[in-house]
Design a protein around this ligand. Structure first.
Ligand code: HEM
Length: 407
């Protein structure tokens, strides 16, 4: 960062109204693309909440804001900041709204459930779940909707397993997750789903005390018993992980399949060079615009200079990991989807203390999904022209409604 005296900095850039259109396919939000190149530290007004907030879009600036403790998540809670969704996603006391040292304490507990050993155990189980789901696709016959038969149930089963949610309760989890994450469902439906899911986890964690098990509900119950977490924090973590785990991968992995099916040269290269799969997954993560607009903001605790602009104390700031992933200062030909891209320090899982704790799980799931799908169905293709695929509307995380394929 440069050290221009704060008083000399440009401030008060114009405020862009960001309507957040429903986008289709992997189209990049045109306003975001323009801001990255023309107005990289700016102010926006979103459809819900009040006032305006800052928006930071360049790679280095995004990393700076995400990692600097002068930008607080805790200070966001309870304020009606301009935002996409009518309701706040995490609950009070949840990890997304915490700052260090509280945040560090909570993340340490989560880290136990995401330990390398826990993930290794899950990996073996994941393959057998996937094999069963693909059996069902085969039994169904073409055309089949991968969204319903694979992309939705697979991560839901994985995160539920990690959490300790019994198989019979998984459809309930799916319904609540959709209610919470679909902005179009309305504030009341979102709040109700969140309260129902919180009640469920309060009970599950309550039943898991002293069981000595390794699933997350038991790890959270132990942390409550040890006094590391209070009950509300434990439930908040459970809700957030259940939502993040099931929903993010469902949509992201569906977008991965779509990206490959609509870029035949890249798909052919991956089929010819299967060793490229880990690199291809990183490139898919970078290239796919995972969400609409932006996630949670942060509040400047003092005046801070970002990219030559003064962000005043007490104002809200959003970062865009999507535009950071398209910054030409870091990525050559950023608009190209190229599985040959070797140097790929994308920030699709965020940056700094709030970095996604599920990143390894997401990578494991995506790897098993793509590998198994093309092994079983080498001639997989879309069942309809690409422009006929319907995309979710009013959603926070982007993805197709259905993904009909033939083979
Ligand atoms: C491809 C899939 C996924 C993507 C692209 C993704 C992306 C992200 C991003 C960008 C953040 C926010 C960083 C920030 O606040 O600055 C985040 C946070 C989070 N993610 Fe993920 N995620 C994915 C999968 C998962 C999975 C599988 C889980 C859990 C099983 C999960 C759980 C969480 C949680 C709990 C947080 C909040 C962390 C905190 O605030 O400290 N995510 N994720």
């Amino acid at each position: 960062m440069t050290t221009t005296p704060l008083t000399d900095l440009k401030d008060e850039p114009r405020i862009h109204f960001w309507a957040v259109p429903d986008l289709t396919g992997l189209d990049f939000d045109p306003l975001l693309a323009r801001l990255l190149h023309e107005d990289p530290v700016t102010r926006v007004r979103l459809p819900n909440g009040e006032g305006h907030a800052w928006l930071v879009t360049r790679y280095e600036d995004v990393k700076f804001v995400s990692a600097d403790p002068r930008f607080s998540r805790q200070a966001v809670y309870g304020r009606s900041i301009t935002r996409v969704a009518p309701h706040f996603i995490p609950m009070e006391g949840a990890v997304g709204f915490a700052d260090p040292p509280d945040h560090t304490r909570m993340r340490r507990v989560v880290g136990r459930a995401f330990s390398a050993r826990a993930l290794e155990t899950l990996r073996g189980h994941a393959q057998s779940v996937m094999d069963r789901l693909l059996d069902r696709v085969e039994e169904h016959g073409p055309p089949a909707d991968l969204m319903a038969l694979v992309n939705r149930p697979f991560p839901l089963a994985m995160v539920s397993e990690l959490m300790g949610v019994p198989e019979g309760d998984q459809p309930l989890m799916g319904r609540w997750t959709d209610g919470i994450l679909t902005a179009g469902a309305g504030r009341e439906a979102g709040e109700r789903a969140k309260a129902d899911m919180a009640r469920y986890f309060t009970e599950l964690i309550g039943r898991s005390h002293g069981t000595g098990q390794e699933f997350l509900a038991a790890v959270l119950a132990d942390a409550v018993d040890e006094g590391t977490l209070d009950e509300q924090e434990a439930v908040g973590l459970a809700v957030l992980i259940q939502i993040g785990g099931a929903h993010a991968v469902r949509n992201n992995s569906a977008n991965m399949i779509y990206a490959l099916l609509t870029h035949p040269a890249q798909l052919a290269r991956l089929r010819a060079e299967p060793a490229l799969l880990p690199q291809a997954i990183e490139e898919l993560l970078r290239y796919i615009p995972h969400r609409n607009a932006v996630g949670l903001s942060r509040i400047a605790l003092e005046d801070v200079e970002v990219g030559g602009v003064r962000i005043p104390k007490d104002e809200a700031v959003y970062v865009s990991y999507l535009t950071a992933n398209r910054d030409p200062a870091v990525f050559a030909d950023p608009e190209e989807f190229d599985i040959g891209r070797a140097d790929n320090p994308h920030v699709s899982f965020g940056y700094g203390p709030h970095y996604c704790p599920g990143s390894m799980l997401a990578r494991i799931e995506s790897t098993i999904l793509l590998e198994s799908l093309w092994t079983r169905f080498p001639d997989l293709r879309l069942a309809v022209p690409e422009e006929d695929i319907r995309w979710q509307r009013g959603a926070l995380i982007r993805g197709p409604e259905t993904l009909p394929v033939v083979w």
